[in-house]
Ligand binder design. Structure first.
Ligand code: G6P
Length: 615
């Protein structure tokens, strides 16, 4: 969602804040702003547009000071305007705040503040929050050394909703206050400086030592000290964690876009997912952080996979993999639906949530709901230290490296690969034989090389993309576990190229979508399973009979008759458990090239954000 960066230290704050914002921009990019305090005066610059536009329009010399806060916005309350951009400033000019999250009772609080004479300039809930702090600040004893911190703490008691905030006060030129409930916030501990941020990527160039705030915690960074406490004033000892990111991983290098870079990084991401994760006899997988014994896993009768967006598509593939190889019944739920559905679950259900960021609010809520009901929970997650990673009973880190492109690519295939490994592990705890396990492990190890071979199709897919770049509708078809890959292909294309695309089970096409098919609606068919090739061929015939162009993705050893397809993408033959990963790559490349040819902003598609931390 939105991104927060705050700084307090001995250096000029604004260049550091701007650098942090640039690294965070994938969280939201409709407007941005910076506020810096110097000599008791607040200097503020906001801009409707990208961080680069803000940077271009900002004279850092005029924003001199070593304490500041900044924000990049993804609009929730109020349109995209300069007035609605953060930082917000209280009506008396004393408090400035940046906020991620949603304040649900903001109308009631606003009404109350208006009755005390406060005037509002924006439509945001965040400005209300800012003025509530100013209201309490005025009421605190003037000589209290903790006046500012106490006013933030008191305000939080009257706030319903979610927040990650960074706040400064013109009366306190040496203090930066942060608080968290439901929206991530971390403190970076640098040399003679502290940073506050919603995401490690904002601060990684300055420090790798961080403190993750938990919900209900407040931090005061003042006079070179970090004071962490709960909303109830309990003093906490901060736990300093080390981030193991390589800064180069979050930079573009020679690539034109992060999405393309991340597509090409998939081979390495799969290597990382497998490192140290096979049993000594090479017949099974092993995972260090599951915190569930083999004995307990044997008792599991059902698995619930839960996620949002692309990670939900990974769950759908996981259903096929786990049911096929481990013979455990699996259900898949959208996290946002699960939390309100109150579905009865079997008592021996294992809940697995999947989240690249580890911060998606609906997935987090589903995890918490499952825990509240007493289920064992695991997380497949790419962000060490994220809220989901910390709150689940155990899990599997993806180690795919930072994913910056808003459209998920390497995180998705790494989730698929981990699900294949999990299916193997669970299968070996049940009926899968030693020999089958050995062959499975051998196959999984081939994945990185196969991915390297598959991404070489980029040039050919670019040529195909040129033919179809102007289409306005298209259909993705697949059967079995290629159905979720069709769904993901359609999602990828629509999110970055704004072409209307739908994914469908190939045989279901006859029950509705066939009405859409004509020569202007190309159909992408994933026909890569030899066992059902004949069935897919008849689906293709049905499409061809209605004049639609067909792009087929199939195996090298099993090409389709040329008269049936307009274009054909041949992927390497592979073990059945690897097919979802390999078949995903042409989908990613097709979306990437089409979006790029249409002149779309591939890494920052309109209206989207990388991590959705509001409901
Ligand atoms: C957003 C992103 C998607 C992502 C989804 C779930 O919608 O744009 O790419 O799949 O959130 O994110 P998560 O971090 O939980 O995997």
């Amino acid at each position: 969602m939105c991104g927060i960066v705050g700084y307090i230290g001995k250096r000029e704050a604004s260049p550091i804040l701007l650098e942090g914002l640039k690294r965070l921009e994938y969280r939201g990019y409709d407007s941005a702003g910076v506020a810096v305090l110097a000599d008791g005066a607040l200097k503020l610059k906001k801009y409707k547009g990208r961080v680069t536009d803000l940077a271009r329009n900002l004279n850092t010399a005029s924003l001199s000071g070593s304490l500041g806060i900044s924000h990049t916005r993804w609009a929730t309350h109020g349109a995209v305007t300069e007035a609605n951009a953060h930082p917000h400033v209280s009506h008396d000019g004393k408090i400035s705040l940046v906020h991620n999250g949603v304040i649900e009772n903001y109308l009631a609080v606003k009404k109350f503040l208006e009755s005390t004479g406060v005037e509002f300039y924006s439509e945001t809930d965040s400005e209300v929050f800012c003025n509530l702090i100013a209201y309490h600040y005025k009421k605190e004893a003037e000589d209290s050394p903790t006046r500012f911190l106490d006013s933030v703490r008191r305000s939080l008691r009257h706030i319903d909703g979610t927040y990650g905030i960074a706040v400064i006060s013109t009366d306190c030129p040496d203090e930066l206050v942060g608080a968290r409930k439901g929206s991530p916030l971390i403190v970076g501990i640098g040399k003679d400086e502290y940073l506050l941020a919603s995401d490690v990527s904002a601060i990684i160039s300055r420090t790798s030592n961080v403190v993750y705030l938990n919900d209900g915690e407040i931090v005061s960074l003042k006079d070179g000290e970090l004071n962490l406490l709960t909303n109830d004033e309990e003093i906490l000892t901060p736990e300093i964690k080390q981030i193991d990111w390589d800064i180069a991983e979050s930079e573009l290098g020679d690539y034109e876009h992060f999405m393309l870079k991340e597509i090409f990084e998939q081979s390495g991401a799969l290597e990382n997912a497998m490192r140290g994760r096979f049993s000594d006899d090479k017949s099974s997988a092993k995972f260090g952080g599951l915190n569930v014994s083999a004995q307990e896993l044997r008792q599991i009768d059902r698995i619930l996979l839960c996620a949002c967006g692309t990670a939900w598509h990974a769950c759908l593939v996981g259903e096929y993999l786990i049911e096929r190889y481990a013979r455990i019944p699996v259900e898949v739920e959208y996290a946002s639906e699960f939390r309100y559905r109150n579905a009865p679950l079997d008592k021996n259900t294992l809940v697995i949530v999947i989240s690249q960021s580890g911060e998606t609010i609906d997935t987090l809520a589903a995890l918490r709901e499952s825990k509240r009901k007493g289920y064992k929970t695991l997380a497949i997650n790419n962000s060490v230290g994220s809220t989901i990673a910390r709150e689940s009973d155990g899990g599997i880190y993806q180690h795919a490296g930072p994913e910056i492109g808003v459209a998920s690519t390497k995180a998705f295939t790494s989730q698929l690969h981990i699900l294949s490994m999990l299916a193997l592990y669970l299968g070996r705890l049940r009926d899968m034989s030693f020999q089958e396990g050995r062959e499975y492990v051998e196959a999984l190890k081939k994945a990185p090389a196969l991915v390297t071979e598959t991404v070489k199709l980029s040039g050919k897919i670019l040529e195909i993309s040129k033919k179809y770049k102007d289409m306005e509708d298209c259909l993705f078809l697949g059967r079995q576990d290629m159905f979720p890959i069709a769904l993901e292909g359609a999602l990828k294309l629509k999110e970055i190229s704004y072409i209307h695309a739908e994914g469908y089970p190939a045989a279901e096409m006859k029950h509705g979508p066939i009405a859409l098919i004509n020569e202007k609606c190309p159909v992408i068919v994933i026909a890569a399973q030899p066992d059902i090739h004949a069935k897919l061929l008849s689906n293709i015939q049905e499409v061809k009979a209605r004049g639609a162009p067909v792009i087929a993705v199939t195996n090298e050893s099993n090409p389709l008759p040329e008269n049936l397809v307009d274009d054909q993408i041949l992927i390497p033959d592979c073990h059945r458990a690897l097919l979802p990963v390999i078949a995903s790559i042409p989908m990613q490349l097709l979306s990437y090239h089409i979006a790029n040819l249409r002149g779309c902003d591939v890494d920052k598609p309109r209206n989207l954000a990388k991590s959705v931390t509001v409901e």
